[in-house]
Design a protein around this ligand. Structure first.
Ligand code: GDP
Length: 379
């Protein structure tokens, strides 16, 4: 068995996202570093290692042994999917700040600060006590100054960054490091291998030296984006500020978001429905009666994505019935009741659909394994 001389992970050449990954040529060298440690050492770059639930828990639970400040990173596009199961237990001896990332993608109409109260409450419902809430775009750098000023002030010298896969944790850490370098006050030192397999970096932030500990990412299996190839991801995952895509819908109509999600409007009042999804994602409107045939047989021709390769792995779409209260009393019990003040139906990782509370009965079809999340509408 060969061990990475940086982090102590067992070296392997099979899985790029698992700990200890190294290319086969590097594997044969003497004392090789895994790719992650190599990049960290030579380029000051964090790359994410993704773990399944059990390994993940075992690894991050070690935070309790050396408590510090925790930046709990959440993706504003998938808040519930970014929450780490059991986080309250892992974080019980730490001070926690929330970092809500990817705000550059939010439509202009959404004022992030107005979401603070709601996000704080959602996280505190999971038992995690929250100090500050920061809204950032790790991609554009927006909000990073506030985080840096905050980190410089906190008494803790160890800062952990915690988050599920894809919330943007590596992008955030890289920016934290890069900015320090630009100010020419950056010093790095690789933390010797530990059984934690967390990797640390000393960063000078506004005159204060902090040890930033990167933790692996947890793969939740609850995001639509987790089943897509890079080409499909480019189309499906928002990369620019979302523009509302407004549809005037009548009963007995269906909207397909590619073949990733299906939205049936069965009955109710004609109404506007707004789709906040990637500007590139193909949206196809059809009659409800034609939807099964399109879904089954005309996938590539009409819905376009997922591509043929992704389609093989893409989970089947499962129906979630929805209705406003005025309709629901007449329906069976497995119907989600929609608030008449309007709701967002969350499409984890992709965006959301806004309904404004008019009489509605319908079905949202999500890939198997993706939970239905309904929240008060953002806009
Ligand atoms: P990690 O798995 O949590 O480390 O996430 P990454 O840093 O690898 O980011 C996952 C994806 O989200 C990548 O495609 C990033 O480019 C993207 N991303 C990260 N931060 C932001 C952000 O602030 N805005 C946008 N638009 N995309 C982001």
């Amino acid at each position: 068995m060969k061990i990475c001389s940086g982090c102590g992970a067992e070296l392997q050449i099979q899985d790029e996202n698992a700990p200890g990954y190294v290319t086969s040529s590097a594997f044969t060298r003497e004392n090789p570093l895994c790719r992650r440690c190599f990049r960290l050492r030579h380029y000051g770059e964090f790359i994410r290692v993704q773990l399944g639930a059990d390994d993940y828990r075992q690894e991050v639970s070690r935070i309790r042994e050396v408590p510090g400040r925790v930046l709990y990173v959440l993706d504003v596009f998938d808040l519930s999917g970014s929450m780490i199961p059991g986080a309250a237990d892992i974080l019980r001896s730490c001070e926690v700040d929330l970092v809500v990332n990817k705000i550059d993608l939010l439509p202009r109409e959404v004022v992030p600060a107005r979401l603070e109260h709601w996000i704080r409450r959602e996280v505190e419902k999971t038992g995690v006590q929250v100090n500050g809430v920061f809204f950032v775009s790790a991609e554009t750098g927006k909000g990073m100054k506030e985080i840096k000023e905050h980190l410089a002030r906190v008494p803790e010298s160890i800062i952990y960054a915690l988050g599920t896969a894809n919330v943007g944790k590596s992008t955030l850490l890289n920016r934290l490091i890069r900015n320090s370098r630009e100010e020419s006050v950056f010093t790095t030192s690789r933390v010797p291998g530990t059984t934690l397999r967390m990797v640390g970096q000393k960063v000078e932030i506004e005159g204060n030296t902090k040890q930033i500990m990167d933790t692996p990412g947890l793969l939740q299996g609850t995001r639509i984006s987790e089943w897509l190839c890079p080409k499909c991801l480019k189309i499906a995952v928002p990369r620019a500020q979302l523009r509302p895509r407004i549809y005037q819908l009548r009963p007995a109509q269906t909207i397909f978001l590619g073949g990733l999600v299906r939205f049936d409007f069965v009955s109710g009042a004609p109404q506007s429905v707004v789709f906040y999804v990637s500007n590139e994602l193909p949206v196809h409107r059809t009659k409800l009666e034609r939807a099964p045939e399109i879904q089954e047989h005309r996938h590539q021709e009409i819905l376009k994505i997922p591509c043929r390769d992704c389609q093989e792995n893409y989970p089947s779409l499962l129906p979630h019935k929805l209705a406003t209260r005025r309709i629901v009393s007449a329906l069976s019990s497995n119907v989600q009741v929609l608030d008449v003040h309007g709701v967002d139906l969350v499409l984890p990782g992709l965006g959301w659909i806004t309904l404004f509370g008019s009489r509605f009965e319908g079905t949202l079809w999500l890939p198997e394994g993706v939970p239905l999340t309904i929240r008060r509408r953002f806009i």
